[in-house]
Design a protein around this ligand. Sequence first.
Ligand SMILES: Cc1cc2nc3c(=O)[nH]c(=O)nc-3n(C[C@H](O)[C@H](O)[C@H](O)COP(=O)(O)OP(=O)(O)OC[C@H]3O[C@@H](n4cnc5c(N)ncnc54)[C@H](O)[C@@H]3O)c2cc1C
Length: 400
Amino acid sequence: MNRSEFIKKCAALGIGLPVASFLLQSCDDDITSPDFQVNFSGKVVIIGAGAAGMMAGYLLHRHNIDFEILEAAPIIGGRIKRIKDFADFPIDLGAEWIHDNPDILARLIRDPEVKASVDVITYNPQTIHRAKEDGTSKINWASSFYSEYKFKSTTWFGFFEKYIANDIMDKITLDAPVTEIDYNNDKVIVKHSGGMTKEADKVLVTIPVKRLQDEAIAFTPDLPTEKTDAINSIEMGDGLKVFIEFKERFYPDVLLFGNFIEAVTSDSKTYYDAAFGKDATKNVLGLFAINENAAPFTGLDSDQEIVDAVLAELDDLFEGKATKNYVKHVVQNWSKEPHIGGSYSYTFENNTEETMDTLLKPVNDKVYFAGEAMSKYAQATVHGAALSSYEVVEKMLSSG
Ligand SMILES: Cc1cc2nc3c(=O)[nH]c(=O)nc-3n(C[C@H](O)[C@H](O)[C@H](O)COP(=O)(O)OP(=O)(O)OC[C@H]3O[C@@H](n4cnc5c(N)ncnc54)[C@H](O)[C@@H]3O)c2cc1C
């Protein structure tokens, strides 16, 4: 495993490299006076209202470009998703950790007029256990390897809702799955919601790479082979989160599977105190699992079967305390989300700069791609997805 893979896998688990600062500072960069020439004044249709799609809309809005966003789901956010009323703090059902210096939040907003105020906590769990055949063992020494950040009283969804989506909500059409993009002629024709069409000068596709691989959108003409080969070389595995409220807290801050190195470097599965560092009175345990470790759960027929399997596993590890203390649960099976289909891009067969350039390359200067899998900066993360839109929107507007 090379260094970038190691960092990526650490990030996936919520384990980060130490960083210097954790204050959210304002940022002097103003995207309305970019150092590139805006040569484009047509209309853009963005497909998908996840982090990448919303950020693209935010940027186009700031540049006074005509645009609209078509989102297949009945809600915005994609893999950032929040549940507000499960506990006495909002919970991230998808992305949860800030896998970078929290200054990244101000860099995403990039507007000196906006005085962003977001409470961020250092995520430094102290009690760390490892699962064994017959219980758990303490590996608290591993706490010195944790240096990560989380929102204190909001979520990734709350952050985007407040600072990014607020001004562009009227440009988003929900329940509008795009099925076809025809870029054969001067105008691009986007077909959605069983036959309705939109016309644009350029389109930006931000749907999950799994959905591109599943050919959820038919392109006319077909995408170039080098593009589809690059798309198909990305792996996006299964993904699951479960949150359970318990009457009593019987679990450590973090419970890992495998030895510490395996837990960091192999497909992750972690139980963690979701209330860690929050102003919370409820005991809420989270389960985060991806790829091979998620598949045994995500393949089950119902959320009830998933939570039964989780409780059985916890009962084995904690002498029946899970069932005894169970109050309620919420399951988010990302593999079964119809417009997502899994967790996030993980490994590439051929993870080279060349592959990334091919992924990001616009087709005929009309069809552009962004999203977490296309992020040169930080694949598999929220900020990486959003930053991919910074890069693509700049390319789009400067190309004319
Ligand atoms: C379980 C889990 C935990 C994670 N943890 C973290 C974390 O702690 N920190 C972190 O930084 N990142 C984390 N991530 C990754 C992060 O959530 C993603 O990288 C990021 O949110 C992806 O944003 P995106 O805009 O690229 O894609 P998405 O959020 O998937 O947005 C794509 C949008 O396109 C829509 N769409 C799909 N098909 C169509 C269509 N045909 N027509 C119209 N719309 C369509 C989808 O409904 C979706 O809204 C996690 C992800 C998962 C699943």
